[in-house]
Design a protein around this ligand. Structure first.
Ligand code: SAM
Ligand code: SF4
Ligand code: SF4
Length: 336
């Protein structure tokens, strides 16, 4: 450990923690939880296997002396977990920046309570404005209007800057790109386009379905005057561009065409308490078992520090036939 916290084998600190609070979801986005693999007969984690909010608090507290700055609550759909605002209050008391990634289907009725509990920011997943494309991509009958109401509630509750994540798939929602930019320009909401990733084993990912960020930018530059903005920090995963008239920003997350493993300062915890040091890791470290064995406080900090200091993951940089054949956990289990 150095005086700014722990670093891994490649010299990367631990700054960011993504915590999945459930593996369940009320959407069935085809790129994440295709219904044929996550149908009626799918076995989700039993609820008793989830880390309690108190256990999550212990883990975050233990990571703080290692240099942790930000926590993102995710899932599955995190707003399905009852009383999520209680977790937010606990994290707020620890003094870490707290953000939430959600499909926003349940956000309009919870945004105020989450903001009051100390939530700093919200990212909403929205791949299409067209109701038919939205229904097709999310494979649900929750209307896109409900998601838009959730976004509006987040803006009103000042969970800013509110960001939108749009996963772009070739031949599926390319026609939604420009309408999304038009719709949110001038609202303070930043739309970010994400390259479809080969996470998990169930979505049948193929390289040919990825739309490279460079192509999206070229296409958008035909309609909009955009100039690049410097990243705020080297660990920013999004490349930022701004409208020259000051009407807002857009972003690109190019994990396939421009991997950013060199700056990856992010750990993930699954809903059942496994610590994963990479989105593509095949296995995690069972923190829940460690906590259940009575390990707490400094001993838990030391255990997490030992795991991080052995980390050498850089899957996206070495993506190849060999690595893509390795087992990988699902996005809905580990959280995006
Ligand atoms: N249910 C919440 C939501 O959708 O915002 C949180 C969990 S979801 C797994 C987190 C993020 O992962 C979402 O923005 C989603 O679009 C993204 N995601 C899921 N599968 C993906 C894939 N194969 N490639 C790129 N992004 C993906
Ligand atoms: Fe659910 Fe989010 Fe996955 Fe869509 S991306 S299925 S909303 S967990
Ligand atoms: Fe980080 Fe792994 Fe993604 Fe690379 S592939 S950026 S190490 S999570």
């Amino acid at each position: 450990m150095n005086d700014t916290g722990v670093v891994d084998i490649l010299g990367r600190p631990l700054r960011d923690l993504r915590i999945s609070v459930t593996d369940r979801c009320n959407f069935r986005c085809r790129y994440c939880m295709p219904r044929e693999r996550f149908g009626e007969d799918h076995t989700f984690l039993p609820r008793r296997a989830y880390l309690s909010f108190e256990e999550i608090e212990k883990v975050v507290q233990a990571c703080k002396p290692l240099g942790l700055e930000k926590v993102r609550i995710t899932g599955g759909e995190p707003l399905l977990r009852p009383d999520l605002h209680d977790l937010v209050s606990r994290l707020n008391r620890i003094g870490v920046e707290t953000a939430l990634t959600t499909n926003a289907s349940l956000l309009s009725r919870q945004a105020d309570r989450l903001a009051a509990a100390g939530l700093d920011r919200v990212t909403v997943s929205l791949d299409a404005l067209d109701p038919k494309v939205h229904a097709q991509m999310t494979d649900s009958n929750i209307p896109v209007e409900t998601v838009l109401e959730g976004i509006e509630a987040a803006v009103q509750a000042d969970l800013s800057p509110v960001k939108i994540n749009c996963v772009v798939q070739k031949g599926v929602n390319e026609d939604e790109i420009a309408p999304l930019v038009r719709r949110f320009r001038g609202t303070g909401v930043t739309v970010r386009f994400i390259e479809y990733m080969d996470v998990g084993r169930t979505n049948g990912w193929q390289l040919g379905q990825v739309v490279p960020s460079a192509d999206i930018l070229n296409y958008l530059q035909k309609e909009f005057d955009l100039i690049p903005v410097d990243s705020q920090s080297p660990s920013d995963v999004a490349r930022r561009w701004t409208h020259t008239d000051g009407s807002g920003e857009i972003g690109f997350i190019s994990s396939v065409s421009e991997p950013f493993c060199g700056d990856c300062v992010r750990a993930r915890i699954s809903a059942d308490g496994r610590l994963h040091t990479c989105l593509f890791a095949s296995g995690g470290h069972d923190l829940r078992a460690i906590i259940h064995n009575g390990v707490n406080g400094q001993a838990l900090t030391d255990a997490i520090s030992a795991i991080w200091s052995r980390r050498d993951d850089r899957y996206s940089e070495i993506r190849s036939q060999e690595t893509s054949a390795l087992p990988r956990v699902e996005m809905s289990y580990i959280g995006g």
